[in-house]
Design a protein. Structure first.
Length: 423
């Protein structure tokens, strides 16, 4: 969450700019157009000029070496000006500040890609509903963000730069609010889900099956944010390990990682009957029903979860496209779920499953996933799906690209929310 959370629906706030009460500081720019209306709000297709884009990227390059300090300053002034929102954020802000930086950097990377920026900001807007973000709060966040940029940009900041950032943020905020409003018409902001089953794969990996309180629609290969009762306001991302089931239950594979508050609670503390909360499904790593190409799936560690869901979905579709699945881990003991996948392949002629271990010398299994992939193939006629640690995903994508697989046919989750990220 990098935009300001909200109170529960009810009495309008009077202490946030744009909510009908109080006054806006003269130094706070109007980021929503006249009176907050859509009139005059630039769109990604034509609102930013080449000059705007150059100014935004140049000024961000100036503050990027100081980005961590800038994030601390941003949240400090946000909480100072609007102290009532502090309790809506997690107690520990280190991860939160990192999310702000990643989102900001990604937006600037996409600033000259209107379609990509529209998609990313709409994704942010829908996901931020689970925090309780309201449209009226975007002005407050925008003013604090521009104040932080001005402070750390130093002499590189001037009125022209400020206007460029204002136009960019306006477009971002408008896209996020529109996506959130549209999403609110069809589904809740969050779901309560009761744990109905637990299975321990090892001391550190468990399968947690939950039953949402209302229908939860998602596609195999997507990922989901989760909040536990033991660490409120600490949301972590996990991928369902199954295609949608008739009974609506969802299974997640969770690895307890060092210093992982949420993952350790789920693996070692949760019990059947406990209730967690789910955010909306996210991600585009889903099967393309229009494609007739064979499929390559590469899973590292608990990255097996979304790959397993894709295999289930492929079996249900009846298309029976050839599917090659490579499962990797550092040691043989960490190759959880392999036996189940092998049994599934024995019942389905279109599925082939292979394993690789990177840190042990085992006959027929040794090597990293990118290395093992090069021993098979070719893969240039396949759709590729990658899931696991960011380093593995990046190396595998580079290997496939070098061997002729177009980047447009290599799909994976955003690298800052992989299923193996510290939780």
């Amino acid at each position: 969450m990098w935009f300001q959370p909200r109170q529960s629906a009810g009495t309008p706030r009077t202490d946030v700019p744009g909510t009908g009460g109080g006054t806006t500081s003269p130094s706070s720019p109007d980021l929503t157009g006249a009176g907050g209306a859509a009139a005059g709000v630039p769109t990604f297709g034509g609102g930013l000029t080449d000059r705007d884009i150059a100014l935004i990227r140049t000024s961000l390059a100036v503050v990027e070496p100081l980005a961590a300090d800038m994030a601390v300053y941003f949240y400090s002034i946000l909480f100072t000006r609007y102290p009532q929102v502090r309790e809506m954020f997690p107690p520990g802000m280190d991860a939160q500040r990192g999310r702000l930086l990643r989102a900001l950097l990604h937006i600037v990377d996409l600033v000259d890609d209107p379609e990509g920026l529209q998609h990313f900001c709409a994704h942010l807007g829908r996901d931020h509903r689970k925090f309780g973000t309201e449209n009226a709060h975007y002005d407050a966040v925008g003013a604090c963000l521009l104040a932080a940029l001005e402070r750390f940009a130093g002499p590189a900041w001037n009125a022209e730069v400020a206007q460029a950032w204002t136009r960019a943020y306006t477009a971002v905020a408008q896209t996020m609010t529109q996506a959130a409003d549209e999403d609110a018409r069809t589904r809740p902001a969050r779901w309560h889900a009761r744990i109905v089953h637990r299975q321990a794969f090892s001391d550190s990996i468990a399968a947690i099956t939950v039953q949402p309180d209302t229908p939860y629609e998602y596609a195999a290969g997507q990922y989901v944010s989760m909040e536990t009762p033991w660490w409120p306001r600490e949301w972590r991302y996990y991928s369902p390990a199954n295609a949608p089931r008739p009974d609506g239950t969802i299974t997640f594979h969770v690895r307890a990682v060092p210093a992982g508050w949420v993952s350790n609670a789920l693996v070692r503390r949760s019990n059947v009957g406990d209730v967690i909360r789910l955010g909306p499904p996210l991600g585009d790593m889903v099967l393309d029903p229009a494609s007739g190409r064979d499929i390559l799936c590469v899973a590292g560690g608990t990255g097996l979860a979304p790959i397993r869901a894709l295999v289930e979905e492929s079996a249900r579709s009846g298309h029976e496209r050839q599917m090659d699945v490579f499962i990797g881990a550092r040691t043989a003991n960490e190759l959880y779920g392999l036996d189940e996948m092998l049994r599934f392949s024995q019942r389905n002629h279109w599925l082939r499953v292979r394993a690789a271990v990177s840190d042990e010398d085992i006959l027929g299994l040794s090597g990293s996933l990118p290395q093992v992939l090069q021993e098979f193939g070719p893969w240039y006629r396949h759709d590729a799906y990658l899931s696991g640690p960011a380093s593995m995903v990046t190396a595998t994508a580079d290997t496939l690209t070098r061997t002729g697989v177009p980047r447009s046919r290599i799909r994976h989750d955003p690298l800052d929310v992989p299923v193996l990220s510290p939780n």
